[in-house]
Design a protein around this ligand. Sequence first.
Ligand code: PA5
Length: 426
Amino acid sequence: MSKTIKLDLSRSQIISQDLNAFSEELAALKKKLWSGEEDFTGWVKLPYEYNKNELKRILATAEKIRKQCLVLVVIGIGGSYLGARAVISALADGADSAPEICYAGQNLSGTYHKELLKKIRDKEFCLCVISKSGTTTEPSVAFSILKDELYKKYGREEAAKRIYAITDAEKGVLRQEADREGYESFVVPDDIGGRYSVLTAVGLLPIAAAGIDIEKLLLGAESIADKTSPVIEEDGEAKTLQTDEAALLAAARVSLLNRGKTVEVYEYYEPKLQYFTEWLKQLFGESEGKDGKGIFPASLQFSTDLHSMGQFLQDGNQIFFETVLDVSNPPGDLIVPESAGELLAGMSMNAVNQAAVQGVIAAHEEAGIPIIKLDIPELTPYCFGQLIYFFETSCALSGYLMGVNPFDQPGVESYKAEMKKVLKNR
Ligand code: PA5
């Protein structure tokens, strides 16, 4: 339980003077973040202030879903889906007691949704539809298609018992429909934006339905909040920033950006982290990328992508730095048999994978690439809660340091408006 993620900046080319340059500003920004006075910072104190009754209702609803269906289709896009998918892909162990989780409304592909319908229509299924605005095109289209299927299979009355809605408390068509039809529903808090909402019902309900311990997830988040809060020590001094790795990461990334490193490549060696890096890309891309500023987030799965992108990383245009997500104790392992040859025989696969981690780091360091490393002790709800809160805090701080508002996304609206024009003119 006490296992903690650990930031390693030793190969980042960032030295303590670089970090110290941001100390005062970061101390002030942390106070701002924790003041409770900034818009969309409701997630900051969430691990301490989570409403116990809501948590109980989420757990009870998750239990009901597990009894009711073999497949739960989570309908949502962006911040209303990626956090849940990140945690479920990393931690769900396929236990019989948990439904299979499928996703809909995260794209507009007729092919994808047709295949999904084919896959689920003969199984007991439920829907969890998540949209803060209640008006986003992708989930609206998918929800209407899946609801039709649910009506055909169960009739309207029974279907309503199989639909779970997470949306605004008052606004939007989804709220009106949930209230009118009597769906079990939860609220997306007003003061929390999509990409910071994974530790609300938005993420917690699907994650709990998948059989993952959400109380441990929140405890993990709380353990990082303890370290990042701007607590004042007895002597009146704010805790040194050196103990707050989320703030250090923010300072390191902004220093690298100031040196012309405009791309950050998240690298992971456990495929279970694929959707976590998708969540990271949204978190950082949508928070920092505005007013002509920001670091472009990319992700690569290793060792797979070493055989496609390895050449560019080693030898190409060095516009980037790397952030390695290294899992010390992955959940599964196998022993390599004798037939693999002398070099590898008898080794655990994880040890071979770890040799790849170390070899790649050595080669890339040699090539002059700045490397940030995050050590993740294990893939558990507790460590995942830490990861989520750690990156949320660090991202908010780096956004502030870059001089942007890390909590809005004005650019996302532009394509939506243009797409609506195309639809109206058809
Ligand atoms: O982070 C965000 O704000 C976005 O990714 C939204 O979550 C996404 O566009 C979906 O919006 P909504 O929840 O209103 O359907």
